[in-house]
Design a protein around this ligand. Structure first.
Ligand SMILES: [Zn+2]
Length: 314
């Protein structure tokens, strides 16, 4: 039972909107594009595990992308699965190539096809910290904390693992159902009833706080480097023109009366939920009276008068 479904991280949703609009001559263009590609591949990797979750017990409680910000503890778990006998943390890695792990040194080395390589810290140290924080979060609620086990799963289809020593918890996605079934047998004594597991799951879900990131500020993006306009809602390659109270694509000739709604949603993701007439005029590339009319129809509320009036995009 999924009680916290997977959600696209807000940073990725913002990068998806910003990257195609960012001018190529912007000094931060390459950094922003790289971050977008990195976050997209991470998210795709996490999602790719959903297929294998179908082979796991459906009676377990699933929380995807749980993020808790509590007292001194902030932690994020890619996937958390609650069984009556064990809690399972799944940490997803999306590296491709040959992945070498040494159980003695804890060094993780990823060698790409072109021969270049990168070293990473021991993923089990991070896992141990997550386990500690989760334990600390559960303890005050009076629940017996069950065994918390961590699996580090490499989700990329081109990942080949080479482990020096014995480490059954560093696996590729395909191994997931088998490893989970082994763990269920290992921890065979139920600690909770299903109702109790559900209760803990709901408590954790209530503590979930998605990370909100202001990409424009973080990446130091200048507003003048963001391309204005209403993307064609059909071909998505050109900006539409406003004619006769309608939007039309100069290339594919597609017409869409509501194309500005998508553009204003993109504006909200990039710059926040308030917008002035002058900003809408510039962004939608329309005369001021058109901007005013569209904002009045679209926004949920407004505050202030005349030029300073700010509309709220919901
Ligand atoms: Zn078009």
């Amino acid at each position: 039972m999924i009680i916290l479904p997977q959600q696209k991280p807000s940073s990725l949703a913002r990068l998806e909107v910003i990257t195609p609009r960012l001018m190529k001559h912007s000094p931060v263009y390459q950094d922003v594009r790289n971050r977008y590609l990195r976050e997209k591949s991470g998210y795709d990797g996490e999602r790719s595990l959903n297929y294998y979750f179908n082979f796991l017990p459906q009676s377990a409680i699933y929380l995807h992308g749980l993020r808790v910000e509590e007292r001194q503890y902030t932690f994020q778990i890619d996937h958390l699965i609650l069984f009556p006998n064990l809690f399972l943390i799944i940490e997803v890695k999306n590296n491709a190539g040959l992945i070498k792990y040494n159980t003695e040194t804890g060094v993780l080395k990823c060698i790409k096809r072109d021969g270049t390589y990168e070293h990473y810290g021991d993923p089990f140290i991070q896992a141990r910290i997550q386990r500690f924080k989760l334990k600390k979060l559960l303890e005050p609620s009076g629940f017996n904390v069950p065994p918390i086990h961590t699996l580090v799963v490499f989700s990329h289809q081109d990942a080949v693992l080479e482990i020096e020593g014995h480490q059954p918890d560093l696996i590729i996605s395909q191994r997931l159902p088998w490893r989970v079934s082994e763990l269920e047998q290992k921890y065979s004594t139920p600690i909770f009833s299903r109702d109790e597991v559900l209760k803990i799951g709901k408590m954790l879900k209530n503590k979930h706080k998605p990370k909100e990131e202001n990409i424009i500020e973080e990446c130091n993006i200048k507003r003048e480097h963001i391309r204005a306009g209403v993307w064609c809602t059909n071909c998505k390659k050109f900006m539409m023109k406003r004619t006769n109270r309608n939007w039309e694509c100069p290339s594919c000739k597609h017409k869409d009366r509501n194309a500005h709604l998508k553009a204003l949603e993109e504006y909200r993701l990039m710059f926040g939920k308030t917008i002035k007439n002058s900003e809408a005029r510039e962004f939608l590339q329309v005369p001021i009276h058109v901007a005013k009319r569209l904002l009045k129809k679209t926004s949920s509320s407004y505050a202030g008068e005349t030029k300073a009036r700010e509309y709220t995009l919901s």
